[in-house]
Design a protein around this ligand. Sequence first.
Ligand code: NAP
Length: 294
Amino acid sequence: MNNNTDTPVTVIGLGLMGQALAGAFLKAGHPTTVWNRTTSKADPLVAQGARLAPTVGDALAASSLTIICLTDYQAMHELLAANDIELDGTTVINLTSGDSAQARETAHWAGQRGAHYLDGAIMAVPPVIGTAAAVILFSGPQPDFEAHQPALDALGTLTYLGADHGLASLYDVAGLAMMWSVLNAWLQGTALLETAGVDAATYAPFAQQIAAGVAEWLPGYAEQIDNNSFPAEVSALQTDARAMAHLIQESEAVGVNTELPKLIKAMADRAIAAGDGGEQYPVLIEEFRKPRND
Ligand code: NAP
């Protein structure tokens, strides 16, 4: 393990995120080699002391740790396949967004070429990279993560999730499900209240309180899911379903979109039809576990 900032690192891909990653390594003092398809994007980094590698192969050879951050996995495979890349003994950390199958396949591909491979997901926007607010998830062999953690610390708050290479991508999309669900619920409420002349800014702090309050329920509800036992301690699903009907009726009456309320109620109705109406809300996990793609 090398825990000083002399550790050389390579960053391949200098889009908005790659530039931020390379910039954070440079700021922390790491000798940083960069490569990008569009060479000019390296200029600001070179001005800060980065070395621009002439080829991808040269970039990979320059450091025992290479971070890749491209548009998608296809771009990464196209890039590496188009060049006669030597990966034996090097560590590649792929921070490109993708799904868990792509992560596992790429780990297999890298392993066949003798590379150490970690997959990662960045839960942050470029301006916060290099600060504690930048949460970055990693999965893959723990010794590989620990060997490079001191260098990776330059990027933000690191979270190691486990040996399964797919975990970082799974947590990433799970987080997206949470983010969009909260935002859509807020937009539904905002559209409803606008019909009575209440503007978004007035409703926002109220909605924020509700979201924070609901978030408090998660650990207790998680316990019910893990124990597969859903006693209605606070409210039964059939009671919630009646409130869902109010949401649909109100949305219809004031002329706003009813797709989201109807989806919420349709799932609850299926669970009630299956005999779970007397259970507490997290019993709906059964509906989420089933494949249903329509
Ligand atoms: P971006 O600004 O569009 O940059 C894309 C990068 O991929 C560029 O370096 C581009 O090279 C390169 N690229 C695309 N296709 C290529 C190919 N076939 N061969 C070689 N290079 C190729 O995107 P970004 O915002 O940096 O995002 C990069 C990754 O980070 C994505 O997976 C994204 O989901 C993830 N991410 C981004 C954010 C964010 O807020 N930006 C947040 C979390 C995660 P050129 O410069 O030559 O076009």
